[in-house]
Design a protein around this ligand. Structure first.
Ligand code: URA
Length: 196
């Protein structure tokens, strides 16, 4: 690992065979928001950047709608190499890549880590999660020895398959934007995040 970039890694034989490249996180190294997805898909594997396919468009649009440009936030994944056929990363692959993710979280030290979907949510919180139900909630997680705030969010792709997820997704992004200081509060004169 060189800074936040993994240059070479051979820890996961199946992923090494299926990847075209290692897909590192993008965005400022001092970002206030760090979004964590599952792993690169086909477009990310081709382009070398997280969330550049259809899910990326959904994420970018939601960020923009809430006053955030993509290049103002950091975006990364639980695993940095594309799983074959876009399957979920296996437990051992998540474990192999965890050191890189924890180091990234620790160096960036964001106000909020935003987990996009079930895999990153369960991976970082270390428990089962009902993401649709829990989306928008913030909880503490000890990562790389330090406490971090984690905001649970549905995966942007979920909104493409189930339009009822759109509101849930948007409202979690609105909370993230509020933490980043770019969004308006709910009009009550108080931040919905209280003393956060
Ligand atoms: N889905 C993810 O979880 N990560 C990406 O980078 C792209 C799609």
């Amino acid at each position: 690992m060189d800074g936040l970039e993994v240059i070479e890694c051979e820890r996961c034989p199946e992923l090494c065979a299926s990847r075209s490249r290692i897909v590192n996180g993008t965005g400022p190294e001092d970002a206030e928001l760090l979004f964590v997805g599952e792993g690169p898909g086909e477009h990310e594997d081709e382009g070398g950047e997280p969330f550049v396919g259809r899910s990326g468009t959904v994420l970018d649009d939601a960020l923009r709608d809430h006053g955030l440009e993509r290049d103002a936030v950091r975006i990364t994944n639980c695993v940095r190499c594309r799983p074959p056929g876009n399957r979920d990363p296996h437990k051992d692959e998540l474990a192999n890549c965890r050191e890189y993710l924890e180091r990234e979280i620790s160096r960036v030290d964001p106000e909020l880590v935003v987990t996009l979907g079930k895999v990153p949510t369960e991976h970082l919180l270390g428990r089962d999660a009902a993401v649709t139900k829990e989306a928008g909630t913030i909880e503490d997680a000890r990562l790389d020895g330090t406490a971090h705030r984690v905001l649970i969010c549905v995966h942007p792709a979920a909104t493409l398959y189930d339009s009822s997820q759109q509101g849930t997704f948007e409202s979690a992004i609105a909370t993230a934007a509020e933490v980043a200081g770019v969004a308006e509060s709910d009009g009550s004169g108080q931040s919905r995040l209280g003393g956060f």
